[in-house]
Design a binder for this molecule. Structure first.
Ligand code: URA
Length: 481
């Protein structure tokens, strides 16, 4: 009887394990005759043994599901994993369907290993926080993370996709990964002191976190399961958690006092895209609509956005202003038109004699659509399916607010308001009949911001104010009637 000691090249040496396991299984070496270890591990008691010679005429196959499971389970830190994998491989030679039996002890433990690895990968995606080193062209973004398992290679492609345009490094105690805009490079582990500990971006993270923290939904146990305390020390926002929890009861009470009671929306309503016209939609409370829209999954845009940005304004505002979609600032704040376009809008409303507090402001699409470019999120125009998916919210807002006039700002808003592509140039400057209100089409305030020359900016801004004055005079006439 020969005892074998297999020394793998590294903790994640799947190819080395697979080659050794294939040779050992073909040579009929039973699991209990093998010791598996990794190069460089302390206290190596045995010299490596050479693998049994390969017999080119003998071969065997294993189910693809085993290869998938093994390539992930091997990344678990548990030192038993190599032996467990071999034992399962050994048994699969005669009983390939064993891989489908989740109650088998070898299958069960390896599936648990794989689940732990995936969970750790997910945590790394969620909790890596980059800090900026250097400025301008020299800037580099560095993060410190302490994974539980050997997941740096597994998790790296996600960061390369997500932060493709910025050079970054993620340092961990055992392995580091670096991205230069083209390739990922892996190096030995680092010390925490090699990573910067704070930068101005952390204030942004903190205000973002404070913004999205909803005290009424606070479930401390669930939150700690999602964001275990061990990750807190590397999260800039973690310093806010205790004070926010401490304040939660008071803030919730204040929210309850501010808002009318919200009827619980039925599950069915949430999942069905609602395409009825406003005339058929009963008028609902805006608070209920906002609460329901917070969980909207009618298109994919919710996945990357921070939150649904619902409309805002008095319940029976005479004017409803409709924009395109929230921008970066609106996405973080959860309110429409609070960024640069909002400032242009405020100024123009003021000049037209319309009080913003008296109008209802909303967007055709209620999630921010963007592509990440380094730390910047670049606005992307919503497409027709996204506009359609979001239209029921506009219709229900319309039915709740019942404005006398809807102002569609820009092409996306016009498409939503009229239910079809409606060119701005041809339709602006006069009131158009809708079923239950009038409509006015004008440009979007961001269009004014994008105009390159000062003359055009001034001229177009004046036209925008002129359109808003039309809205103001319509209102005056309405009041006088
Ligand atoms: N642009 C929009 O269309 N809406 C906003 O809320 C902000 C910018």
């Amino acid at each position: 009887m020969t005892l074998h000691t297999i020394i793998l090249g590294s903790e994640t040496d799947f190819a080395g394990w697979r080659d050794a396991a294939r040779a050992l299984a073909l040579a009929n070496v039973p699991p209990e005759h093998i010791t598996w270890t990794v190069k460089g591990r302390a206290a190596q008691l045995f010299e490596p043994t050479s693998l049994p010679p390969a017999d080119p005429d003998r071969t065997f196959t294993v189910p693809a599901a085993f290869v998938d499971l093994a390539s992930i389970a091997i990344l678990n830190r548990n030192p038993e994993r190599f032996a467990r994998l071999y034992r399962l491989l050994w048994r699969l030679r005669d009983t390939p369907r064993l891989i489908e039996d989740a109650t088998d002890p070898d299958v069960a433990i390896l599936q648990k290993f794989a689940r732990e690895v995936r969970r750790d990968e997910h945590k790394m995606h969620a909790f890596v926080r980059f800090r900026e080193l250097g400025r301008g062209k020299e800037a580099r973004f560095v993060a410190w993370f302490e994974p539980e398992h050997h997941i740096v290679e597994l998790a790296a492609p996600f960061f390369a996709r997500r932060f493709a345009d910025m050079p970054w490094s993620i340092l961990t105690p055992e392995r580091c990964v670096h991205w230069d805009g083209r390739d990922t490079v892996f190096t030995e582990g680092a010390a925490k002191s090699d990573s910067p500990s704070s930068d101005p971006l952390e204030d942004i993270w903190r205000s973002y976190y404070a913004n999205i923290f909803n005290p009424a939904r606070l479930k401390i146990k669930a939150m700690q399961a999602e964001m275990p305390k061990k990750y807190w020390r590397n999260l800039p926002e973690a310093s806010l958690i205790d004070p926010l929890i401490a304040n939660a009861a008071r803030t919730t009470q204040a929210m309850i006092e501010r808002e009318a009671p919200v009827p619980r929306p039925s599950r069915q309503r949430k999942e069905e895209p609602i395409m009825a016209s406003p005339a058929h939609i009963k008028s609902e409370s805006l608070a209920a609509l906002r609460a329901e829209a917070a969980d909207c999954r009618a298109c994919h845009l919710w996945k990357d956005a921070t939150q649904t940005v619902f409309g805002e304004g008095p319940r029976h505002a005479p004017i409803m202003l409709v924009g395109e979609q929230p921008g970066d600032k609106e996405d973080l704040a959860g309110k429409p038109f609070v960024g640069p376009a909002g400032q242009v809008l405020n100024r123009a409303l003021d000049e037209a004699g319309i009080d913003r507090d008296k109008v209802y402001v909303t967007n055709a699409v209620k999630h921010f659509k963007f592509v990440p470019r380094g730390k910047i999120r670049l606005h992307q125009k919503p497409n027709t399916p996204e506009i359609k998916a979001c239209r029921p919210w506009y219709e229900r807002e319309l039915a709740a607010v019942k404005p006398a006039l809807v102002v569609a700002m820009g092409a996306t808003a016009a498409q939503s308001v009229f239910g079809k592509i409606t060119p701005i140039g041809k339709n602006r400057g006069h009131l158009i009949d809708l079923d239950e209100a009038k409509a006015l089409v004008t440009v979007h305030p961001s269009y004014l911001l994008r105009l390159p020359d000062a003359d055009a900016k001034e001229r177009e801004y004046a036209n925008f104010v002129k359109d808003l004055k039309l809205a103001a005079s319509f209102l005056h006439k309405l009041k006088a009637a």
